[in-house]
Write a protein that binds this ligand. Structure first.
Ligand SMILES: *[C@@H]1O[C@H](CO)[C@@H](O)[C@H](O)[C@H]1NC(C)=O
Ligand SMILES: *[C@@H]1O[C@H](CO)[C@@H](O)[C@H](O)[C@H]1NC(C)=O
Ligand SMILES: *[C@@H]1O[C@H](CO)[C@@H](O)[C@H](O)[C@H]1NC(C)=O
Ligand SMILES: *[C@@H]1O[C@H](CO)[C@@H](O)[C@H](O)[C@H]1NC(C)=O
Ligand SMILES: *[C@@H]1O[C@H](CO)[C@@H](O)[C@H](O)[C@H]1NC(C)=O
Ligand SMILES: *[C@@H]1O[C@H](CO)[C@@H](O)[C@H](O)[C@H]1NC(C)=O
Ligand SMILES: *[C@@H]1O[C@H](CO)[C@@H](O)[C@H](O)[C@H]1NC(C)=O
Ligand SMILES: *[C@@H]1O[C@H](CO)[C@@H](O)[C@H](O)[C@H]1NC(C)=O
Length: 303
């Protein structure tokens, strides 16, 4: 069963890869498809704009998929074009293109590399550092939680019996706590969805950071950025909360940096015939699972 995000990503990738028999260019470049698919940017923008009208979650799901992709074994061909956030009124950036797909990424690596929503700040920092991303990148990329939804299962542990204390997470705003408890009953299946950003759910803006300042971060891994006493992330949260442009500039730098993790170019890796499967049968199962899980909120990880 392919999820919608995976299907959409296939559309995006097929657009990107269609009609490119072979390229000896081993460098990523913003103009990689200028001859083979000169209108790639406007084609993808149109698809994304249309789809986001039908399902506003899709843009956030694609950012999330990109994040999962890059942290597992380098970014595969799944490349967000420069305006995924722009459609949600966020920043745009220039994306170097030309990635090929890896043959060996697997679920074990995903479990190992992806930070979890229950992680402490130290763990978040080390998961990002392992990918060459610094603390500013961590705080900036976490700002992608300015849009999208999360399943109750990702944060219900904060609502009733946090860390076996018998009480909710003390860093959670009590008003927000009551709202979240209504959506996520104790012992429920954890499948209800709620907005990451209760103020402007589908807009890419700096409100993620102002939410953290009033203890309205949804995941533990969100609120840790502001509520870990003495942490160096607090001043960054305050900065982004007061200066949206500073957030956008840091986000752009960080997402381009993330998009350059472990890329395969030239003759390395492959161009898939079917974008959610590697071409050889043997590795098919693992990758199909990964693509599916990456595109669903609430599985493996969500930061
Ligand atoms: C590219 O887009 C322009 C206008 O946006 C259009 O005139 C042109 O026909 C398109 N080219 C191709 C190859 O689709
Ligand atoms: C997007 O929607 C517009 C208006 O409904 C339509 O004309 C256009 O063909 C669609 N584009 C794509 C790529 O789906
Ligand atoms: C996004 O990509 C399109 C096509 O490559 C380009 O025209 C546009 O300038 C880019 N925008 C940014 C901000 O890089
Ligand atoms: C996953 O990939 C890693 C690194 O390539 C490898 O060491 C490991 O054996 C693989 N695991 C599975 C289950 O394929
Ligand atoms: C909280 O969880 C701990 C450990 O799972 C358990 O022993 C305790 O009874 C729970 N407290 C409440 C109030 O449910
Ligand atoms: C959440 O799920 C429960 C069942 O687990 C349901 O009773 C409840 O109405 C749902 N709440 C919302 C806000 O969707
Ligand atoms: C809780 O959140 C509300 C806004 O939703 C805010 O007005 C209030 O100050 C917050 N409380 C704390 C302790 O941050
Ligand atoms: C962190 O990385 C960003 C680029 O994403 C860079 O601008 C910044 O200087 C780096 N910060 C430190 C402390 O190295």
């Amino acid at each position: 069963m392919k999820s919608i995000a995976t299907s959409l990503l296939c559309v995006v990738l097929l657009v990107l890869l269609g009609g490119i028999p072979f390229s000896s260019n081993a460098q990523l470049s913003p103009t990689f498809y200028s001859k083979t698919c000169p209108n790639v940017s406007s084609i993808v923008t149109n698809v994304l704009t249309n789809v986001s009208k039908t399902d506003p979650r899709m843009l956030a799901s694609l950012v999330r998929l990109h994040f999962h992709d890059c942290f597992v074994q380098g970014c595969d061909a799944s490349v967000l074009l420069n305006n995924t956030a722009t459609i949600a009124q966020g920043p745009s950036w220039t994306v170097p293109l030309g990635r090929r797909d890896s043959l060996t990424a697997n679920q074990t690596l995903a479990n190992q590399n992806l930070p979890a929503p229950f992680d402490t700040l130290d763990k978040l920092k080390s998961a990002f550092a392992a990918q060459g991303l610094n603390t500013t990148d961590l705080v900036a990329l976490s700002g992608a939680h300015t849009f999208g939804r999360a399943h109750c299962s990702l944060f219900v542990s904060r609502l009733y019996n946090f860390s076996s204390t018998g009480s909710p997470d003390p860093t959670l705003n009590t008003t927000y706590l009551q709202q979240l408890r209504k959506i996520c009953p104790n012992g429920g299946p954890g499948t209800n969805l709620t907005n990451f950003d209760p103020t402007t759910p589908d807009k890419f803006d700096k409100n993620y950071y102002s939410n953290l300042q009033v203890k309205n971060g949804l995941l533990q891994s969100d609120q840790e950025l502001f509520s870990t006493s003495g942490a160096d992330t607090i001043t960054i949260v305050n900065k982004f909360s007061s200066d949206q442009n500073a957030f956008f500039e840091s986000f752009k730098a960080a997402i381009i940096k993330m998009g350059n993790i472990g890329v395969l170019t030239g003759t390395k890796g492959e161009i898939r015939k079917q974008c959610n499967f590697v071409n050889s049968k043997s590795a098919e199962l693992g990758l199909a699972t990964m693509a599916q899980e990456s595109s669903e909120d609430g599985i493996v990880s969500s930061i």
